[in-house]
Design a protein around this ligand. Structure first.
Ligand SMILES: Cc1cc2nc3c(=O)[nH]c(=O)nc-3n(C[C@H](O)[C@H](O)[C@H](O)COP(=O)(O)OP(=O)(O)OC[C@H]3O[C@@H](n4cnc5c(N)ncnc54)[C@H](O)[C@@H]3O)c2cc1C
Length: 610
């Protein structure tokens, strides 16, 4: 073990892995400390990656050279393009992976890239909050580092619930990071509580799949990764079943035993991903809910019941499961449960994912108040890249919400937080016709290049994609059909890759996926341009930094309430200030006047010094 590391990453979940890899790509020495080495990369809940908007995040992670896309491709057993009935802008690629192989592939991946792994429990930060010296571990004591990324998922004072059972843990069979949470609270960080839950896992051979609807994998040439690697050739079928009146009655009879309904869980859960008992209460008129029956792996002995998350007592869960068509004799291998955990309030985090009160501590994943593997991985990549940049004394990276879903997510969580675990939806992005899964490489190329985030091989590949897209655009701009420029011609609704290559010889040999992506740019160009114009004024506000303001309390140009709010929230830019509830246009004007006055005072005093 080294005496001091450039970057220490705490947590081996989806966030921690991307953080460690991003810091390594920056040339940093990195140690990843995780409570259990063999659970690194584990999918705590469902064995799936991607989905609507989430799938685009995975593509963005790949464009910035993270590992999630490659590993999802390499371990995929089932594929569906969600939202296919809608426009390609909101298509959501989703794969089901072999959960065990996914984790082991991620473990090999980080090992092969020189990330040192230390199995230990981190019990606190070491040194002053403003600039920590490293972390304290239960076994090894102090581990020194120039920057730290906390990516501890659902583990901060994690508490698990099922009926009247209650026990400590970040997830089943794992520790609860109580001491680390205590240290964080002692350092006066504002933390709050969220909760989430998971369904039971069913013994596969006890389910009569002949009674279930079959959902086969789509045939596709889609890869999450832009790299042309081998796709896993194994495939599984999934199934669909439905809850019924009996399932509902069992849930209703046992509602008083639900830890959530009985008020034993205080944390807020995700409304978009409710437990079955939540559904019964909120949608009493709906008898039948769809349940996806998903194998946990190719050879796995278990099915995952997507849509039947529950923290009711074991007996109630057993009865509910057995009430489903095909599940009359089903045996439960692991019962569902809920987890309640602490996370950092959004006011503690800046847009580089650094804790505002510290120079060198970053946070990523579920402890930022998000939920989901893809969200965690996207945040991990940015936090790790920035921890690496701090260690190397470089300017931080921040992503714009106009250019990536990861940027939208960071902007949302650091400027207004969320009152439930934050999950990405396409509706959160005002520029969603531009933020598509097909063009993530081109959207993020300049950022990746400027901040030196990609390996040489990745850069070479994406540079090739950029050149091919430029070549195609040049042809579209300069060739005509019946006197109409191809770029205009291809905006017609019936236009497709197949048709366009019949009218231009120069396009025949184009890379098909890139041609399709450029055609979509053209098709949506009217909307995208209108949207960009609409956002122009906002972008201007984004350029006005508020970082130089030491205290808002003395700014006479803004009202007293705004001073208090801004002092508490400390937005980075005027655009952020605009979105804080309670900040009025007059306050923004006041801030502009104040900044103008302050800058002219500086200029005058500098002129005086010369
Ligand atoms: C029961 C349950 C149900 C869930 N349900 C859903 C769902 O329905 N939908 C959804 O999108 N997401 C769900 N999730 C959340 C999903 O698992 C997370 O969003 C995702 O895994 C977060 O990734 P992460 O990297 O932030 O943290 P995790 O994947 O939780 O990883 C945290 C890592 O930190 C390590 N760690 C924690 N504390 C310490 C410490 N003090 N010292 C050393 N190592 C430490 C752990 O060992 C682990 O490796 C659920 C999670 C759980 C546990």
């Amino acid at each position: 073990m080294k005496d001091e590391w450039d970057v220490i990453v705490v947590g081996g979940g989806h966030a921690g892995i991307e953080a460690a890899l991003a810091a390594r790509r920056k040339g940093c020495s990195v140690v990843l400390i995780s409570a259990k080495r063999n659970r690194i990369g584990e999918m705590s809940c469902n064995p799936a990656i991607g989905g609507i908007a989430k799938g685009t995040i995975v593509r963005e992670i790949d464009a910035l050279d993270g590992s999630m896309a490659r590993t999802a491709d390499a371990t995929r057993l089932h594929f569906r393009m969600l939202n296919r009935s809608k426009g390609p802008a909101v298509w959501g690629p989703r794969v089901q992976s072999d959960a065990a192989e996914y984790a082991s592939a991620q473990q090999s991946y980080i090992g092969n890239r020189g990330v040192e792994i230390l199995e230990d429990e981190v019990t606190g930060l070491e040194g002053l909050t403003e600039k920590v010296k490293g972390v304290r571990c239960r076994g090894r004591g102090c581990v020194k580092g120039k920057a730290v990324v906390l990516a501890t998922g659902t583990f901060l004072k994690g508490m698990l619930y099922r009926g009247d059972e209650k026990w400590k843990g970040g997830r089943i069979g794992d520790i609860s990071a109580d001491l680390l949470e205590k240290d964080i609270v002692k350092r006066m960080f504002h933390v709050e509580r969220f909760k989430t839950g998971t369904p039971s896992r069913i013994v596969r051979k006890t389910v009569n799949t002949e009674e279930l609807e079959v959902q086969t994998s789509e045939k596709t040439n889609f890869n999450f990764s832009y790299e042309k690697q081998m796709i896993c050739e194994k495939e599984v079928v999934c199934y669909i079943t439905y809850t019924n009146r009996k399932t509902m009655e069992i849930a209703k009879e046992n509602l008083h035993l639900s830890p959530l309904m009985a008020g034993r869980i205080e944390g807020t859960g995700p409304r978009y991903c409710p437990s079955y008992e939540d559904k019964v209460v909120k949608f009493p008129e709906r008898i039948s809910h769809k349940i996806y029956v998903e194998p946990m792996g190719y050879r796995s002995r278990y099915f995952y019941l997507n849509g039947l998350s529950s923290s009711l007592p074991r007996e109630a869960q057993e009865k509910m499961v057995r009430s489903l068509q095909g599940f009359g004799k089903a045996e439960i291998a692991d019962y569902g449960y809920a987890v309640e955990y602490s996370y950092f309030h959004y006011t503690e985090i800046d847009d580089t994912l650094r804790l505002r009160r510290s120079e060198n501590v970053f946070v990523a994943g579920q402890i930022c108040g998000t939920s989901g593997y893809e969200e965690a991985a996207g945040l991990g990549l940015v936090a790790g890249a920035n921890a690496g940049r701090v260690a190397k004394c470089l300017e931080p990276l921040s992503l714009s919400r106009m250019n990536s879903y990861i940027g939208v997510m960071i902007d949302d969580i650091v400027s207004k937080g969320a009152d439930e675990p934050y999950r990405m939806f396409s509706s959160r992005a005002e520029n969603r016709l531009h933020l598509r899964q097909d063009n993530a490489d081109r959207r993020l190329y300049l950022t990746g290049d400027r901040f030196d985030i990609m390996s040489d091989e990745k850069k070479e590949l994406l540079t090739g994609n950029m050149k091919e897209a430029e070549r195609i655009k040049y042809i579209l701009e300069n060739e005509t059909v019946d006197g109409v420029r191809l770029s205009k011609w291809c905006r017609r609704p019936e236009m497709s890759v197949g048709k366009i290559i019949t009218v231009s010889d120069a396009l025949v040999d184009s890379e098909e996926k890139i041609l399709m992506s450029v055609l979509l740019d053209e098709k949506y160009s009217g909307y995208i341009e209108r949207n960009l114009r609409k956002n122009e004024s906002r972008r201007n506000l984004e350029k006005i930094s508020l970082r130089e303001i030491n205290s808002y309390m003395e700014i006479d140009e803004i009202c007293w309430e705004a001073r208090e709010v801004l002092e508490r929230e400390r937005p980075e830019t005027l655009a952020r200030a605009e979105r804080i509830p309670g900040i009025r246009p007059t306050d923004l004007q006041g801030l502009l006047i104040y900044l103008g006055r302050k800058r002219s005072t500086w200029n005058n005093s500098r002129a005086g010094e010369m």
